[in-house]
Design a protein around this ligand. Structure first.
Ligand SMILES: Nc1ncnc2c1ncn2[C@@H]1O[C@H](COP(=O)(O)OP(=O)(O)O)[C@@H](O)[C@H]1O
Ligand SMILES: [Mg+2]
Length: 244
């Protein structure tokens, strides 16, 4: 193989696959009507990649992200979603919970913070899920430190005791990112993470995601905005239920 071709091959396939969807189908049922959203969606995410999923409103971007994150299930006759070597459909209930809580970090457009908890408590929350009372008591101060450090790296050290209502949109999304990272996920799934923010604030969030990516995080980011998608390493588009 000529050198240039080898080079191109390395550039198009630089990673081992971490997460993949193969001929995935998802149909919603509205009353008695079937609404096919994903008809044949295939996508491979390499370890360490930052991939943007583009598509118009209603094209199925969130649907695909939810399937990838194990938040929803594909149709019975769908192809598989694999994480590492594992088929998500083979997961036990416990493994599924661990996948959603440990392997994957989620960031949503509207933050989904708990209003009655402080910034620090919100960031700690996923790490408290499923812990025994003993571990909860013994590990709390270590966890508190980890969450404090993460929030600091997200630019929030001055906001630890505040509640979400006292924060700007950009600050709320920073809390959500710290929360998504608290369990050391292998992949971050972000659904329109800047969709509710002005361009400048959104740019700061993209900088934070870029910094996370630079430290080795695999990122899948859904957006309808070409300028936002331009920050990713690779862009794919959902059209007519397929990924192009
Ligand atoms: N839970 C649901 N029940 C029925 N239809 C849904 C549901 N969630 C999404 N849809 C429909 O599926 C299509 C794709 O939705 P979605 O994945 O949210 O698109 P996007 O994120 O690209 O805007 C839309 O037509 C939407 O109305
Ligand atoms: Mg959406």
């Amino acid at each position: 193989m000529p050198h240039t071709n080898l080079h191109a091959t390395l550039h198009t396939k630089p990673h081992t696959t971490l997460l993949s969807a193969t001929h995935v189908k998802k149909t919603y049922r509205l009353g008695r009507v079937d609404v096919p959203v994903l008809t044949d969606a295939s996508l491979e995410i390499g370890q360490g990649e930052w991939v943007a999923i583009l598509g118009s409103s209603g094209s199925g971007k969130s649907t695909l992200l939810h399937l990838l994150g194990g938040l929803d299930r594909a149709d019975k006759d769908s192809g598989p979603i694999h994480f590492g070597g594992e088929d998500l459909r083979s997961f036990s209930a416990g493994r599924e919970n661990r996948y959603r809580n440990r392997d994957v970090g989620f960031v949503f457009q509207f933050y989904h913070l708990l209003p009655e908890l402080t910034v620090l408590e919100n960031a700690m929350l996923p790490a408290l899920v499923g812990l025994s009372r003993m571990k909860w008591l013994s590990g709390r101060s270590e966890l508190r430190q980890r969450a404090t450090d993460l929030l600091e790296s997200c630019g929030l050290s001055h906001r630890l005791k505040h509640r979400p209502a006292e924060l700007s949109g950009g600050e709320r999304q920073r809390v959500a990112i710290a929360r998504a990272l608290i369990n050391g996920p292998k992949i971050l799934l972000a659904d329109e993470p800047t969709g509710n923010l002005d361009i400048r604030t959104g740019g700061g969030i993209l900088d934070l995601l870029a910094a996370t990516h630079a430290q080795g995080m695999t990122l899948v980011m859904v957006t309808h905005d070409e300028a936002v998608a331009a920050r990713a390493q690779r862009r794919v588009r959902i059209t007519d239920g397929r990924v192009e």
